[in-house]
Design a protein around this ligand. Structure first.
Ligand code: 5RP
Length: 279
């Protein structure tokens, strides 16, 4: 085996656990286009209590450097695409915003980039993915392609199946998408592992647990979940519950019972936005 192959396999095993082939990635990269997202206003405060339960952490270099201690041993999935914001011209106008050199210095296990299939800047984002995969292959760093869905696109199996397949054909090692009806078709057409995003916070925790369960039942290797964990009033009980579905094969009822049990041990978080304090 070459050093490069070894490095690539080693890094992939940090993201998708080789013992059960599953993945629990905690997404905290939202600020890269949304700014201080509710309950992620002070990233360190949101991230720190959740770290012991996450297999890996997805974020930008800015939040990594300021809000996660370098001594932590959680594998890092570095978001390296951006360049557009929620108030800008077009969310799909993304480019690569972080160099490979920087990713290597930060000792990341995976690189993440969004593609916007069917959007105005589709070509630019797909070309960026191909370039990033070439660079990742050079240094043994896998690439996670995120299938971002423009407002005008339907989150259905036809569209998501197309976007995931395009990402895999361009060389992505892992693809993140959304769960949808007919998800098994999306999985079938995508020759690399799929993980799902949680999406907007669902009103009830049990619904988010059902989402995670259904996605895994229908072929996802795990989740890259954010808001449905840290926007819950009980983020630690919630990540523990998601974890038991991902890694222990728990049913939704078993996971929800665990959530309720863990929740009883904790005080709910304030629903006030987090105060931003200078460090
Ligand atoms: C934003 C992202 C997020 O990481 C992704 O959407 C997962 O977070 P959530 O579960 O909150 O949807 O890629 O572009």
């Amino acid at each position: 085996m070459t050093s490069m192959d070894w490095g690539m396999k080693n890094r992939i095993s940090k993201i998708i656990h080789p013992d059960d082939g599953r993945c629990l990635m905690l997404a905290v990269d939202h600020g890269y286009f949304l700014g201080p997202t509710e309950r992620l206003e002070v990233p360190r405060r949101t991230i720190t209590p959740l770290l012991p339960y996450a297999d890996s952490l997805m974020l930008t270099r800015g939040v990594l450097r300021t809000s996660v201690d370098p001594e932590t041993n959680v594998p890092i999935v570095l978001r390296v695409s951006g360049g557009a914001s929620i108030v800008g011209e077009d969310l799909s106008k993304e480019t690569i915003t972080t160099s490979m050199e920087e990713a290597i210095k930060l000792n990341v296990s995976c690189l993440a980039l969004s593609i916007f299939v069917g959007s105005k800047y589709e070509h630019q984002t797909l070309a960026s993915l191909a370039k990033l995969v070439d660079e990742g292959e050079r240094y043994g760093i896998p690439v996670l392609a995120v299938t971002a869905v423009g407002k005008e696109m339907a989150r259905d199996a036809r569209y998501l199946g197309l976007a995931c397949r395009v990402a895999a054909e361009l060389g992505a090692h892992v693809v993140k998408t959304y769960y949808c009806e007919g998800f098994e078709k999306v999985v079938e057409g995508c020759p690399v592992p799929l993980i799902i995003a949680g999406g907007k916070k669902l009103p009830r925790e049990i619904d988010a647990l059902q989402l995670a369960y259904d996605a895994i039942e229908h072929g996802a290797v795990g989740v890259d979940m954010g808001r449905n964990i840290w926007q819950s009033d009980y983020p630690v009980p919630m990540i523990k519950a998601v974890r038991t579905i991902v890694h222990k094969g728990a049913t939704v009822k078993e996971a929800y019972d665990l959530f309720l049990k863990e929740k009883d041990k904790e005080k709910p978080r304030s629903s006030e936005p987090q105060k931003i304090i200078s460090r």
